[in-house]
Design a protein around this ligand. Sequence first.
Ligand code: AMP
Length: 174
Amino acid sequence: MSELSNLDQYIRNIPDFPIPGIQFKDITPLLAHGPAFNEVITTFTQRYADQKIDAIVGIESRGFIFSAPVAINLGLGLVPIRKPGKLPHHTLSVEYELEYGSNRLEIHRDAIRPGARVVLIDDLLATGGTVGAACHLLEQLGAEIVETAFVIELAFLDGRTRLGNRPVYSLLRY
Ligand code: AMP
């Protein structure tokens, strides 16, 4: 289940949160355990160290927790993709469908230079709707998505298929 040493023990399953029928993967025990948190950040850092990456991109909000330390370790900048109305400068925005209703993500138009090689990091890949929308924003700005990286992948929801040929890397698969 995990490529790492028993990382799974730091993920807490919360049934019926935030709505009935959803089993929520709670990452707070992992964040609270220094060595486990460090192992996640070190694994991502080593994976991208020699890949000539230009920027790390994080998705609000749990994605920020993992993307920021990786960016610092690699000596790279962090580009935030945020929920609507949070970014103050000129933004590009994309709407995407959820099971019920829709959502929006935004990026600053000047955040990426065309041709930039980026890695996109979020905590969890479920249906792939969120990261798919984030990829769409990055590609509109001319970024090359080297990989999308997650701590957890809910493989039974097949988010990979939704991401097409964009590479996906995850540490824990359920
Ligand atoms: P999706 O767009 O369906 O891939 O959903 C991904 C986003 O929703 C991620 O940013 C996750 O933080 C959150 N998410 C979706 N399902 C779960 C789950 N079962 N447990 C924890 N977070 C989830």
